[in-house]
Design a protein around this ligand. Structure first.
Ligand code: ADE
Length: 234
């Protein structure tokens, strides 16, 4: 899978791939990462990429021309590229999107800075538009990294242990049960005794009960979805 980050600030993104699971995925050839800077496509004398908003409003908006030309270039070099814009004005990104998008061969993330991107660019090039949550970041770079990370770990062999994908939060609308590591007793706190007894069916039931508790506390609306789905499956 290839990821292209279309950004004025590749340096904000690059560091994330220098360590850990994603750097190993690059070494193994499972993913590759490229950068495209719209400024390199600007026709203006000083490689300008933004301007004041037409119709008024605070802040600067990214001009259409540099992005238009950068994205045209990208599509000419790969007609299968799937172009995703990151903006708070979009549908929320979810785990099922991460799984679905892991099947693409090439994804480009377009990050806006300043007050946003000229809407004509979005209309012309966006295959999808995502927000990562109801808050405003200073730019789309962090959001594009969030998507890239969540998508990458759903690509075959990236995690190295496909089991770890099986019982994750959101797969069933439930948040995951708590995990514990060794030692069994730490600071006078023990791991749940059932986890230690080796009866896997009992451990599974306890984990399900704990998942439901966590979900009820943190995300009650998800518990409702889980219960609705279960009643349909009956
Ligand atoms: N750019 C700025 N804020 C964002 C958000 N919440 N999601 C995606 N892109 C953004």
């Amino acid at each position: 899978m290839k990821f292209t980050f279309v950004t004025l600030f590749a340096n904000l993104v690059e560091g994330y791939f220098q360590d850990s699971i994603l750097s190993r995925a690059i070494e193994k050839g499972l993913i590759c990462v490229e950068y495209l800077n719209p400024r390199d496509f600007s026709n203006s004398k000083h490689a300008k990429v933004d301007d004041t908003a037409v119709g008024g409003g605070a802040g600067m908006v990214m001009n259409p021309q540099p992005l238009y030309d950068a994205l045209k270039f990208l599509k000419q070099s790969d007609k299968n590229v799937h172009i995703i814009f990151l903006t708070p004005v979009a549908k929320p990104f979810r785990q099922n999107d991460a799984k679905r998008l892991a099947n693409k061969s090439h994804i480009a993330f377009v990050s806006g800075r300043y007050e946003g991107i000229d809407e004509r660019v979005v209309e012309e090039f966006a295959d999808e538009v995502f927000s990562i949550g109801d808050y405003i970041l200073t730019g789309g770079e962090l959001a594009s990294l969030v998507l890239c990370d969540a998508i990458s770990r759903n690509i075959e062999a990236v995690l190295g242990n496909s089991e770890s994908l099986d019982v994750e939060s959101f797969e069933t609308h439930l948040l995951e049960a708590p995990s514990f590591s060794k030692p069994q007793n730490y600071e006078q706190k023990s791991v749940p005794s059932e986890y230690l007894k080796g009866n896997h069916s009992k451990i599974r039931s306890l984990k399900l009960a704990l998942s439901e508790c966590k979900t009820k506390f943190f995300r009650p609306e998800q518990l409702l979805k889980h219960r609705t789905r279960k009643s349909y499956e009956k």
